[in-house]
Design a protein around this ligand. Structure first.
Ligand code: AMP
Ligand code: ZN
Length: 492
């Protein structure tokens, strides 16, 4: 199964604005870089959609037999509130608000991010580098860009010279826009501005006396601009040119455009073969975002604790809901859509659990191979998960009809059907059978009370080492334990 049609995958490349056959630069290896979260606040459901979309892309490439190095960064420094290198540092502002150290903010929201992605059953990336862990690499890259003549210093801040760059390269390539049009969309410079050109952006920003997160550099104390971290870390771990670079569509115009410029200006190579962008999750047609204030936290969605939610929805219902739309289409959130997804998810899981009840026949009245080919064709067509799901429901119908004996399947068909469902539903779409996995189910409940009893008795015996070990290990698994006056509570 693994080897059927591995070479017919077609990916939509934002750069060429067309679907292209996927040919890895150095098969079977594939380098994939996805811009990760800015960990100054909780990830909302929109962010989660993007990471779930790339999880499915990652899973499918693995399924096809590629050896994928998946790098997803954590932005933990260098993020100012304005897109134009203006405003407060988001981390410092949040640290002040929560009366924590900036690195406590980073830790808190990184842990939260991991817990959310674990609840959605996403696979961890191969490398998860942080911006603060790669300051030296960023400084080296900036030095190279200055040496090549594409950046200049103004009083300890380094700007990328877009005009100079545009004399040799196409700055607006990713969004297919001309320089004049881009210029028109930005405000005129005034006497206050240090930079020479309206589109110039900061590679390194001089620290103010009150700046908390700062590092020494050849240009004095400062911190990196937002875009340079991804150029520095992607080239470090995946090489100067790599296969796939992804992120949400909102990153195309500035962040990814500037990443291309930085890499070209540093090494004179086009860094990425396939640019992949996911579309936005919206609420009543408005993009879900941290600043718009319409961002549900996944936890609110699971518990139903939000004014827009009629009730809670399980992580796999939400994951299934996301899979029902193509990653390049917008997906609008609504209670009705989630309730429909819940029904669909349950129907799928029930059918899978019934496969073993099918009585084999000597003849087949349906072709499982045809359904399998359709499933591959859907995924090979730019990871078309909604079409894949439609074919998986063809299997659901076959299962139900075989049980009703209105269709017949041989024992080989039944094995093929089981493999097909396990491949596409669990391995590729990354769904779990929640009834089986027992999220809140009887087996997990029983195991948890057993573990908490052991913890309680070790505390009574003042065996702090054991009780701390249990708490820490549970925390690593995403289980939060809280001691209350009525006993110990736990939740995932
Ligand atoms: P941030 O933490 O804001 O840098 O975002 C992390 C990732 O989530 C980026 O790839 C964004 O493009 C993506 N993203 C932000 N908002 C949404 C949304 N409403 N729907 C889908 N993806 C989003
Ligand atoms: Zn990035």
């Amino acid at each position: 199964m693994q080897d059927s049609k591995p070479n017919s995958l077609v990916i939509y490349n934002t750069l060429s604005r067309s679907k292209e056959p996927f040919e890895a630069i150095n098969p079977p290896f594939v380098g994939m870089y996805v811009c990760g979260p800015t960990v100054y606040s909780d990830v909302h459901l929109g962010n989660s959609r993007t990471f779930i979309s790339f999880d499915i892309i990652y899973r499918y490439l693995l399924h096809l037999g590629y050896k994928v190095r998946y790098v997803r960064n954590i932005t933990d420094a260098g993020h100012l509130e304005g897109d134009n290198d203006e405003g407060d540092d988001k981390f410092a502002k949040r640290a002040k608000l929560e009366q924590l150290e900036p690195m406590e903010i980073v830790q808190k929201y990184t842990v939260g991010f991991h817990n959310v992605l674990r609840a959605f059953n996403t696979l961890p990336p191969s490398i998860e580098p942080t911006a603060t862990g790669h300051i030296l690499e960023q400084i080296e890259m900036i030095k190279e860009i200055i040496k090549n003549g594409y950046a200049y210093e103004v009083d300890g801040t380094i700007y990328f010279d877009v005009e100079k760059y545009s004399q040799e390269f196409n700055y607006g390539a990713l969004t297919n826009r001309k320089l004049e049009d881009l210029l028109e969309g930005t405000r005129e410079l005034d006497g206050q501005d240090e930079k020479r050109g309206r589109l110039d952006f900061a590679l390194w920003i001089k620290a103010k006396p009150e700046t908390l997160m700062k590092w020494p550099s050849p240009w004095g104390w400062g911190f990196p601009g937002w875009h340079i971290e991804c150029s520095a870390m992607s080239s470090k771990y995946l090489g100067e040119t790599f296969d796939i670079h992804g992120g949400g569509m909102d990153l195309q115009a500035t962040h990814h455009t500037n990443e291309i410029a930085q890499s070209q200006a540093c090494s004179n190579v086009d860094p990425v073969k396939y640019w992949v962008h996911t579309n936005m999750l919206t609420v009543n047609g408005v993009r879900m975002s941290k600043t718009a204030g319409n961002g549900f936290l996944p936890e609110e969605l699971f518990t139903g604790n939000h004014r827009l939610l009629e009730r809670g929805y399980s992580p796999m219902t939400v994951r299934f809901f996301m899979c029902q739309s193509h990653y390049r289409s917008t997906l609008d959130f609504s209670n009705e859509a989630l309730q429909a997804a819940e029904k669909g998810y349950k129907r799928l899981m029930e059918a899978i659990s019934k496969i073993d009840k099918i009585e084999p026949s000597d003849t087949s009245s349906v072709s499982i191979d045809e359904i399998k080919n359709n499933c591959y064709a859907a995924m090979n067509d730019d990871f078309n998960t909604p079409t894949l799901i439609a074919h998986l429901f063809d299997s659901v119908r076959v299962i139900n009809s075989a049980i009703d004996k209105t269709e017949t399947l041989t024992s080989d068909d039944i094995v093929a059907l089981k493999t097909l469902m396990s491949t596409f539903v669990f391995e590729v779409l990354g769904l779990l059978d929640e009834a089986d996995a027992g999220v809140g189910g009887e087996v997990i409940d029983g195991l948890m009370s057993l573990i908490l009893d052991i913890r309680k008795s070790s505390r009574e015996k003042k065996d702090w080492a054991t009780s701390d070990l249990i708490r820490d290990q549970l925390q690593k698994l995403g289980v939060q334990v809280k001691d209350t006056k009525d006993g110990t509570e736990w939740r995932l």
